[in-house]
Design a protein around this ligand. Structure first.
Ligand code: SF4
Length: 89
């Protein structure tokens, strides 16, 4: 997920840098498109966002970053925060 301004935890910086490099290599991701508000929106919007993530070329790097950073809001890697926690356990 791309956002305007947020802090990347220091321990997650390598994962963030990898994600950023992959986005630069592949081009815009679905969450940078016209429906970008879905990634932090209502449950219905987030369901739609999560489905869009599965067409994203950086899905794996995004998931790795979000789990490493323990992102608590929104859809990252096609998953909610609760789903990421469960997946990482
Ligand atoms: S996997 Fe989803 S949240 Fe992550 S960059 Fe791609 S579209 Fe955005």
């Amino acid at each position: 997920m791309t956002r305007g301004t947020f802090a990347v935890p220091n321990h997650a910086r390598p994962a963030w840098d990898e994600l950023h490099a992959r986005i630069l290599a592949t081009g815009p991701t679905p969450c940078a498109g016209p429906d970008r508000n879905d990634w932090l929106g209502t449950a219905q919007q987030q369901d739609r966002a999560a489905r869009a993530c599965f067409d994203c070329p950086v899905l794996e790097a995004c998931t790795r970053y979000a789990i490493t950073a323990d992102e608590r809001e929104g859809i990252w890697g096609g998953m909610t925060s609760a789903e990421r926690k469960e997946w990482a356990a």
